[in-house]
Design a protein around this ligand. Structure first.
Ligand SMILES: C[S@@+](CC[C@H](N)C(=O)[O-])C[C@H]1O[C@@H](n2cnc3c(N)ncnc32)[C@H](O)[C@@H]1O
Length: 430
């Protein structure tokens, strides 16, 4: 794969190519000129807005930052809130309903306070055990992703989610509108006590996974969702040519489409970009551990409005970009809705340029598949997006329906009801 980079004093997309071959993943420090992600980029050093270090160094820094923020400590050094002489261990709080039911009201109050003290000391439970992640991976690779497609509908299967989240702890802090993030709810003493009580009322046991679930589903709290790896694999299989092909993802997100590419036989290479440093680091690590087929995977850390794949090099673009300002992924100035806060400028300066770059990188037979949906702050986003894509030289040929979470309270005899979001599928207009 050719590694091309062009860094300029302005923000314009450029076709300039430089021949230096280097690895974006290893160098960030003041190194606009040493970055290379196999895609042509044009961006100011200031816009990149990041300090140096290898992806590993960055990962350490991010982990330290997150631990500091959440007050996390290793499990073995935990102590109760009231007394350091009485440490509470995970084993003390990790018990199930059968035991809870033997508790007197006083014992239950004491237990709840113990759980509270444990988590206050341990920090947000964003760590997954190696066994959980391995089990999730085993289920993922043993599942036939083709089974998730039925006509135009892509069913939801969750295998691979735990694995992806284990590389993206920062996703628990993403803000969705006016809702609290799970991390904000966790930090609030009153809310944390209520969440623990809810878990005990409705759950079967107390565990890190159980507390995460209770936090995520607590009223007033909203957690983000990730693109399902099996849905991504199914879509690659559906839309790539029979002999397979090359995929570009202009908003990589939390690795669902990356993981899907790693397990889908038809994907010959996966190239992606995302301006969030934490997300890029997480995906670099995911790639390092799970690229079992050893396909070329190139991850960039730039905004897609400034990234051009090599011309006519991609068979499929599949992504789920930001839905304007619906979710706040990070405080970084490179985030699309931070950089372009108005709806029109976001459409024109972020989305239009991204689509033009995709058009440039797609082969004449290439396909663009975009998951995007109307949101409260932009109620005509879908229609405006489809119109913009047409203006950028794409012809809508199909709309897939992507199943998302089961809607609360809608389970019924006829089967579960899902929320669906469109995936607009385009070809290059002739
Ligand atoms: C997480 S996805 C949207 C959620 C979707 N359900 C998913 O998982 O794919 C949106 C991603 O777009 C990224 N993003 C923000 N600004 C961007 C830009 N200028 N160019 C490309 N991606 C951008 C965010 O960092 C985020 O990771």
């Amino acid at each position: 794969m050719e590694f091309n980079n062009a860094i300029h004093g302005d923000n314009s997309v450029s076709d300039l190519y430089e021949s230096d071959e280097c690895d974006l993943g290893d160098e960030l420090e003041g190194a606009a000129e040493t970055q290379s992600i196999g895609i042509t980029t044009a961006v100011t050093a200031a816009e990149m807005g990041r300090k140096g270090g290898s992806s590993r160094t960055l990962a350490k820094r991010l982990t330290a930052k997150t631990n500091g923020k959440l007050g996390g400590r290793p499990r073995k050094t935990l102590a109760t809130a009231s007394s350091n002489t009485n440490p509470v261990t995970y084993a003390d709080i990790n018990i199930n309903r059968g035991v809870w039911e033997t508790f007197s009201p006083t014992q239950m109050c004491e237990y709840q306070e113990k759980v509270f003290a444990y988590y206050r000391s341990a920090g947000f439970p964003f760590k997954y055990t190696a066994a959980q992640v391995q089990d999730d991976y085993r289920k993922l690779i043993n599942y036939d992703y083709r089974k998730t497609v039925s006509g135009d509908t892509i069913a939801q299967v969750m295998h691979g989610q735990t694995l992806c989240w284990s590389f993206h702890p920062h996703a628990w802090s993403v803000e969705c509108g006016n809702m609290l993030t799970p991390v904000q709810a966790f930090r609030d003493d009153t809310l944390l006590r209520k969440v623990i009580a809810k878990r005990i009322a409705y759950g079967d046991n107390m565990s890190d996974a159980g507390l995460r679930k209770a936090l995520k589903t607590y009223s007033g709290v909203q957690a983000v969702s990730n693109f399902r790896a099996l849905s991504a694999a199914a879509i690659y299989d559906l839309l790539l040519p029979a002999e397979g092909g090359h995929v570009y993802d202009p908003s990589a997100g939390w690795g669902g489409r990356l993981l899907g590419a790693l397990i889908c036989d038809k994907v010959r290479s996966y190239t992606a970009t995302d301006p969030s440093i934490a997300t890029w680091v997480g995906n670099e690590q995911l790639k390092t551990e799970y690229n079992k087929r050893d396909i070329p995977v190139v991850l960039g850390n730039l905004g897609s409005e400034n990234v051009r794949p090599d011309p006519d090099s991609k068979d499929l673009v599949l992504t789920s970009p930001p839905y304007f300002n619906c979710e706040k992924y990070s405080d970084e100035p490179t985030q699309s809705s931070t950089k372009y806060p108005g709806r029109d400028e976001w459409m024109n300066d972020f989305m239009r340029r991204t689509l033009e770059n995709c058009h440039y990188g797609l082969k004449p037979t290439g396909i663009l598949a975009i998951n995007i949906a109307n949101v409260r702050s932009y109620s005509t986003l879908e229609d405006d997006f489809v119109g913009l894509a047409a203006a950028c030289g794409f012809r809508l040929v199909r709309t897939l329906k992507l199943a998302l979470s089961v809607m609360m309270g809608t389970r019924q005899a006829g089967g579960d009801k899902f929320k669906f979001e469109p995936i607009f599928v385009f070809q290059k207009a002739l």
